[in-house]
Ligand binder design. Sequence first.
Ligand code: SF4
Length: 143
Amino acid sequence: MEKLQDEFNLSYLFIAHDLSIVRHISDRVGVMYLGKMAEIGTDEQIYDHPTHPYTQALLSAVPVPDPDAREGRERIILTGDVPSPANPPSGCRFRTRCWKAQDKCAEELPLLAVPERFAGSDSLAAHESACHFAEEKDVVGAA
Ligand code: SF4
């Protein structure tokens, strides 16, 4: 696929669950939850500076071959089931499984935007995230 991309200057829309493969092949990455975009950025922004709790949980589950990196790692275990897309939760769709959820999350749909706290900054955390309380979290050993 990479050879064809170089040869014919192609763009791919690559949809997968394996985050290692996604990083290998993608320049820009979008993370979806229950049919809505949760976070979008370059591969470096998403994998090394994720700000949405769902992305952080996904990355924390990626296997890490290096035992030293694995040691300091925080695995985020999500509880509960994925709600039905036919009857999604009010506000943020991820709120029923999010450890950071507050009242605002049930009342107000978070828009996909660069969080105000990062706006205008050079930080790699300054990318679009659909979370009222987006912030960086070190997900050690992310793919
Ligand atoms: S908006 Fe609230 S529930 Fe949704 S991801 Fe952010 S903190 Fe969690």
